[in-house]
Design a binder for this molecule. Structure first.
Ligand code: ARG
Ligand code: ZN
Length: 466
């Protein structure tokens, strides 16, 4: 049978251009459509991400001159329209855009704050896959987050520390920058010879010509934009394959090498321990980037390959590794649920200590619980830390972990581990919300747990412990 032409809403769009489009048949230049939203609808970061399409794949070709700090980029995004689109946004802050094409046809574009607004020649039909290419260059600068931290492309003395949580991806590539939209990535990064460019996933190849080296990286598993990296520096590189067949790639700044070595040696055993607890490691590649970036002040769980601003201690390695399950594989749907990342990664540290000759989790809980009511720990509830200012504060990490400990006490060790595993496995490569976690915990334990979570995640002040 003949395929039905796309539904034309001529009744509601009884305008001349639509009539013309109808005459033309296919989605002509004036077919009915809507403009994509400038944000994904997250109240914490209203302009983060965009509406109207879904990115499937990013192909990023970058050249960075560590001397002048100039970045030259071409980003090719493969996306699918989720509605008829006459126009759509990408997140991009700073930098100069020289050309945009949609399906190889030149597209009109303009800049509006952190939005790159693209108007393709033809309306993009809902459900259709399309390809956007953006050519850009400039000197990338990090953004300052509401908590005062620098986020994004952060220049260092020998390259750049590239971490994007929560909104820094837009400082170095045009992105649909909300974790709700995950995609696979290819990176081709060219740097001066002697520098190493490290991204996510597996290293496909490395080639030096005319004094410059090009590194090709590929992450095939869905990844949120904030977890992408292209960290550049003078690194010592170590590569090996674990017993489980994981490809490990560690890049370490020489100034951090001595302090990092004993901790990095534990990476395979930490990942094995976490795999036994949380279920199979969600990715194919692993490793670390240990940079020397004293001004940064944090580490990030960049997918497959956490990024440290200095040699990490074992707790931090355990924490960033646990994020591979909680945060990277199972992503946030909304930033207010950030405790699903930070509370879980912190509780992994407690469990690791408990099972490796340190204090048990109850003891860690008790020490925190003993803090006075005036302590920062009780300053706000972790389940909705507000506006972004407190998004990475102590309550999110420590009280978030305390909430999990209370859950463990309520359901017992067996069910607690079953719940964690079911969470990691059931939402693997996808997303989760706090409400879904609570439902899962109730399902697996057969207990009423809404009260417990309400107390620990959403009430103001120091809760009563059971
Ligand atoms: N998720 C990181 C961690 O492992 C923290 C990122 C902090 N970012 C920031 N902008 N303050 O805990
Ligand atoms: Zn964390």
């Amino acid at each position: 049978p003949r395929r039905q032409p796309a539904r034309r809403r001529t009744a509601t769009y009884a305008t001349v251009p639509v009539a013309v489009a109808a005459l033309l048949g296919a989605a002509g230049p004036t077919a009915p459509g809507t403009t994509g939203a400038p944000g994904a609808g997250d109240p914490y970061f209203p302009l983060s991400g965009n509406g109207g399409y879904d990115v499937r794949h990013y192909d990023l070709t970058l050249g960075y001159d560590t001397g002048s700090r100039r970045l030259d980029g071409t980003a090719q995004l493969t996306a699918r329209a989720t509605r008829n689109l006459t126009r759509f946004d990408l997140d991009l802050k700073g930098l100069t855009v020289t050309a945009v094409t949609v399906d190889r046809t030149k597209a009109a574009f303009r800049r509006d704050g952190q939005e790159l607004v693209v108007t393709p020649r033809h309306t993009l039909r809902r459900g259709r896959e399309f390809r956007v290419t953006v050519a850009y260059h400039g000197t990338p600068k990090p953004v300052t987050d509401p908590d005062g931290a620098a986020d994004g492309w952060i220049p260092t003395d020998d390259g750049a520390f590239v971490a994007g949580e929560p909104q820094g991806a837009m400082t170095w590539f045009p992105a649909n920058g909300h974790p709700r939209d995950k995609a696979s990535y290819d990176f081709t990064i060219t740097v001066p010879k002697g520098r190493t460019a490290v991204a996510n996933g597996v290293l496909l190849g490395e080639r030096t010509a005319h004094g410059r080296t090009t590194f090709r990286w590929r992450e095939t598993q869905p990844m949120a934009a904030y977890l992408a990296t292209a960290t550049i520096g003078k690194f010592q590189v170590e590569r090996y394959t674990t017993r489980d067949g994981l490809q490990v790639y560690n890049a370490v700044d020489a100034r951090e090498a001595r302090a990092a070595a004993p901790v990095l040696k534990k990476l395979p055993s930490v990942l094995e321990w976490e795999s036994r607890l949380f279920g199979p490691y969600p990715f194919r590649a692993a490793g670390s980037v240990v940079d020397h970036a004293p001004d940064v002040g944090y580490a990030l769980e960049t997918q497959t390959r956490p990024l440290y601003d200095s040699a990490p201690d074992l707790d931090t390695l355990v924490h960033e590794s646990a994020h591979q399950w909680f945060g990277d594989s199972v992503s946030l749907t909304a930033w207010k649920d950030i405790w699903l990342n930070e509370g879980f990664a912190t509780y992994a540290e407690w469990l690791y200590a408990e099972q490796h000759g340190g204090p048990n989790a109850q003891k860690t809980f008790d020490a925190l619980y003993a803090r006075p009511a005036s302590d920062e720990l009780w300053a706000y509830p972790p389940g909705d830390p507000g506006s972004g200012k407190h998004i990475f504060g102590t309550p999110v990490y420590a009280r978030g972990a305390m909430a999990l400990h209370e859950l463990r006490r309520a359901v017992g060790d067996r069910d607690f581990v079953r719940i964690l595993r079911a969470w990691a496995t059931g939402h693997r490569g996808g997303h989760g919300t706090t409400a879904q976690f609570v439902r899962l915990a109730e399902e697996k334990s057969g207990k009423q747990l809404k009260g417990l979570f309400h107390t620990w995640l959403y009430t103001q002040g120091k809760p009563n412990s059971a």
